[in-house]
Structure formats: structure tokens, C-alpha cells
Design a protein around this ligand. Structure first.
Ligand SMILES: [Ca+2]
Ligand SMILES: [Ca+2]
Ligand SMILES: [Ca+2]
Length: 501
């Protein structure tokens, strides 16, 4: 058994905590992890004007938007975010260009998912940024790990094979698909996830395996392989997905490859996989949905913006980042704004309750699964209904300069995480693996079916339905091992169908 979620953690750099820098202008908040004398460091800059104006305004905003259609809310929020970005950036563009010309600032990436930008700044550059009109906060940003890209298959598929999946042809499925009650949804409602897009944020994919090639997303406005950004969205050849770290459409990356399981493929197949290669064995929860691969260690803003613009319904993150310090604030804001754009963000609870990487509560659950409201943190159980000892437990603690919730109840839910059958690089269902890396994709598959049943549900309505339909397990009521309980696709989709919209 491999615990893949643990492996993923190794790819992240842990922040060193420097002391609070002195001499900063009073009106700009500086991340204590910044080194004011560093010759070069990656930073994220926030302007004062953010769509959500204070640390606790997310829930307020969801109440304000309650009852509206998701498509309408997405359009409104997206426009508001971009308008804010245009206004703030317009005021500083010339000065920022000047800093770039002096080489004090480089690699500027403008964002709208939060109102701000990322860049690499020198000591002088940092001072210059602090002088810019409207700048309110500067965070230290993680640098991505640099992994080479051996040939793991084609960058894009010349032809998308027709799906072999049909409900009538299903001969069998692994125990987890049955226990999560996906086949009952297919058979009772004829819903298999059609019309939904699930973005899988991971580290390694191989695109040309049958159960995933059949359901891979295609960006129709982009011509693949011509080295031109045909749809003018800033990304060349982003036909299926994108690697935002290396700025390439190739998402082939074997970095997380253990026991013949490619982590990204395994996760994607649990959501959108059709039949295992040359079989009628159903392997995905929402085999009629689409999936798109993204890779990003240091550019979550771009990855989420891309997902929203491509029409993502779910965004699955099977990784855990420890010790982010104040940078947790930034991640949370990205997820909150992204949720208001209609996306359900999901992350496995992590595997840090036992073993050599065990961590104490309240840091067993890490970023992003520790984000309240805007990320569903998902733990799990095995076939026998028992929670494996590695599964991270809540609660978590939020006491950053911006978010002061104190103790936050986590995880949110439980799905399945132990001895899960995974696809191998040929698309056969072979190895079993454990870890909350797989609890998240089970949830993403369920949410995909829910949106397929009722596409105008708001993300927080999806969560409300999941809370209502989850089966209480473990200690009575909410508990820190399984959250609101074990969710299943059939009850969740049945409730989604009844939800008036
Ligand atoms: Ca493009
Ligand atoms: Ca192109
Ligand atoms: Ca319980």
C-alpha cells in the first residue's frame, strides 16, 4: 500500500520564518516570512480593494447571493473581480513597468482571482512595490520545485476516442464505486456526470490511457501543438490542461509515480474514468463527465483562473502543504473568490495522524484542506467502514493576521480512502492504494453527479445537501475523524434533484 498524499508533501518547500521586517511603510502589511534584504524573492501583492472586503465576509456574501442561479452568480462575481483588477492595476501599471525595466521586478503575473499580482522582486523592487498606489499586503510566495519532463506520452491527443461507457454495458465495478453508491445514480436517474468539468490539480498525468482519453476536456478555442495562443488567454496550446509552473501545455510528469500508479491519473480516473482498458468494468463515479489536468506548485492563482474560465464545476486538490504561515491567508482568499465563481473546491484530509510523518492536531490537516467553507476537506474509511489510522483529524486553527476564526471544525466529510483500486499507466485496474488523495476525488465525482442533476446549485448549497445526506459514522454527530459523516452519491443526487432551482 502506498500513501500517496504523503509523497506529495515532499514536493513543497517549507517556509523559513524570519523576524518581522522593520522600516516598512505603515500602510502596507508585510508577511513576516519576507526577507527585506533578499536579493530576489517571489512575492504575491494584494491591492487594498478586494471583492471580499474583510476576513469574515465570505459567509455574508453567500447569504447575499443565496437562491440565485449559479450561472448568474458566476457571471456577476467574475465581472466584479475583473473590474476591480482593471481599476487597481491601471493606476500602477506604468510604475510597475518602470520597476521591471530597472530589473528590480521581474516575472510579473497579474491576477484577478485576488486583486493583485505575483512577481519576483529584489530588495529595491520590494521597496518600489510598497510605494505603489493601493498596495495593501505583500506575501512571500513559494517557489515551485523543478522537475524534468521525461516523455510520458503525447502532449495532446490527435483524436479523442469515443466513449465506450454506457450504463447498459456495465458488467462490474470495484467495491469503492459500489459503496459510494454511484451505480444506483446511473441506473435510477440515468445521470453519469454529463455536462460537468472536473479539474484535477496534481503533479503527474499520462493522457493516452483509454479510460481517461475518452473523457478528457478539450478547449475548443485552442488549436493544439501549433505553438500559438489561439484563444488569447495567455496560455499557448492549453488544449486539455496546463502546467502553470513550467508554462507548458505538457502535463506529462512522472514525479509522483509509485507502484505503477500515476497519481494524477489515479485521481482523475476515480472521477471521470470510463471502463478499464478492454473491459466493461466501470471505474469512475461520474464516467460521463469531463476532466482537465493542471499542474501548479507556485501559481495557484493562474490555475484557478484558468479552471473558472474553462467552466470548471469541481477543482480537486490531492495534496497537503504544511507550514504555509501567513500565506494560508492568500490561498483561502483564492478559494473563497473561486467558490463565489461557482466552483466546488475539494481536498483530501491528509495522511498525518500516524506513521513517520505524524503531526499533532491542529496541524494534521494542512493547506488547502484546512480552509473553512470554501474547501471541502475529505477524510475517509475503508471497505469495512473503519477509519484507517493514517487519516488526518481536525480541528484546525485559524489565527492569521486576516482570518481569526480560532478553532475550525474539520474534516468536513468522509468518503473512501483505503485499499482503493487505481488505474495503472495502461488503464488497467490493478494496484490498490490508500490515502486521502483518493477521498477527495470520490467527493469530486459525487459533486459532479450533483451538478449534472442540478447545474444551478450554488457551491454552498451543494455543501448543505452533503451535510443533510451524509450518514453519521464514528462518534454521534459531527466528529473530528469523519466530519458530518460518510457521503454517498445516491442520497446526495436524490436531494440535488429535489432542490428547487
Ligand atoms: Ca490559449
Ligand atoms: Ca495553439
Ligand atoms: Ca459522527
Amino acid at each position: 500500500m502506498v500513501k500517496l498524499n504523503q509523497v506529495l508533501v515532499a514536493s513543497f518547500v517549507v517556509f523559513s520564518c524570519a523576524s518581522q521586517p522593520s522600516g516598512s511603510p505603515d500602510n502596507v502589511w508585510l508577511d513576516p516570512a519576507l526577507d527585506l534584504r533578499a536579493s530576489s524573492q517571489s512575492v504575491v501583492v494584494w491591492f487594498e480593494n478586494q471583492y471580499l472586503r474583510s476576513g469574515d465576509s465570505f459567509l455574508e456574501k453567500t447569504r447575499e447571493l443565496d437562491g440565485k442561479r449559479r450561472s448568474v452568480v458566476k457571471k456577476e462575481v467574475l465581472m466584479a473581480l475583473k473590474t476591480l483588477s482593471d481599476a487597481s492595476f491601471g493606476k500602477i501599471e506604468d510604475q510597475l513597468n518602470a520597476l521591471e525595466k530597472q530589473n528590480d521586478v521581474r516575472a510579473v503575473k497579474r491576477h484577478w482571482i485576488i486583486n493583485g499580482f505575483s512577481c519576483v522582486a529584489s530588495e529595491e523592487g520590494l521597496k518600489g512595490i510598497m510605494e505603489l498606489e493601493g498596495v495593501a499586503k505583500i506575501f512571500l510566495k513559494q517557489l515551485s520545485s523543478n522537475v524534468s519532463n521525461p516523455d510520458m506520452g503525447p502532449e495532446f491527443l490527435e483524436e479523442i476516442p469515443e466513449t465506450r461507457f454506457s450504463i447498459e454495458q456495465v458488467e462490474s465495478y470495484p467495491w469503492n464505486i459500489k459503496k459510494i453508491r454511484a451505480p444506483e445514480v446511473w441506473n435510477s436517474y440515468k445521470i453519469v456526470g454529463e455536462g460537468t468539468l472536473n479539474v484535477v490539480h496534481d503533479f503527474g498525468f499520462k493522457l493516452d490511457i483509454p479510460p481517461l482519453a475518452e473523457t478528457i476536456y478539450v478547449n475548443e478555442d485552442e488549436i493544439p501543438g501549433n505553438n500559438v495562443d489561439d484563444d488569447n488567454n495567455g496560455y499557448i496550446d492549453d488544449y486539455h490542461g496546463y502546467d502553470f509552473d513550467k508554462e507548458t501545455a505538457s502535463v506529462n510528469n512522472p514525479f509522483i509515480r509509485r507502484a505503477s500508479v500515476i497519481h494524477g491519473n489515479a485521481c482523475a480516473a476515480m472521477i471521470s474514468g470510463t471502463f478499464a482498458t478492454k473491459t466493461s468494468q466501470a471505474i469512475g463515479i461520474a464516467p460521463g463527465s469531463k476532466w482537465a489536468p493542471v499542474i501548479s506548485s507556485a501559481n495557484i492563482e493562474q490555475a484557478v483562473e484558468w479552471a473558472i474560465e474553462q467552466g470548471a464545476d469541481t477543482y480537486s486538490m490531492s495534496f497537503s502543504q504544511p507550514n504555509l504561515g501567513e500565506f494560508r491567508t492568500h490561498w483561502r482568499k483564492v478559494m473563497e473568490h473561486g467558490t463565489l465563481c461557482g466552483v466546488v473546491f475539494i481536498s483530501g484530509a491528509g495522511n498525518f495522524a500516524a506513521g513517520p510523518n505524524a503531526a499533532p492536531i491542529p496541524v494534521q490537516m494542512r493547506n488547502p484542506e484546512d480552509i473553512p467553507h470554501a474547501v471541502l476537506g475529505v477524510a475517509g474509511i475503508g471497505e469495512d467502514g473503519v477509519r484507517p489510522v493514517f487519516s488526518s483529524q481536525g480541528p484546525v486553527e485559524w489565527n492569521t493576521h486576516y482570518y481569526k476564526d480560532g478553532r475550525v471544525n474539520k474534516p468536513d466529510f468522509a468518503t473512501l480512502n483505503y485499499r482503493i483500486s487505481c488505474v495503472d499507466p495502461e488503464g488497467n485496474l490493478s494496484n490498490t492504494a490508500g490515502g486521502n488523495s483518493f477521498a477527495g476525488p470520490h467527493m469530486a465525482g459525487i459533486v459532479s453527479l450533483m451538478f449534472s442533476a442540478n447545474q444551478e446549485l450554488l457551491p454552498w448549497e451543494v455543501k448543505e445537501i452533503l451535510v443533510k445526506t451524509a450518514q453519521d459514522i464514528g462518534d454521534p454527530g459531527f466528529d473530528f475523524q469523519s466530519g458530518h459523516g460518510f457521503v454517498n452519491a445516491f442520497d446526495a443526487v436524490s436531494a440535488a434533484l429535489k432542490w428547487r432551482k
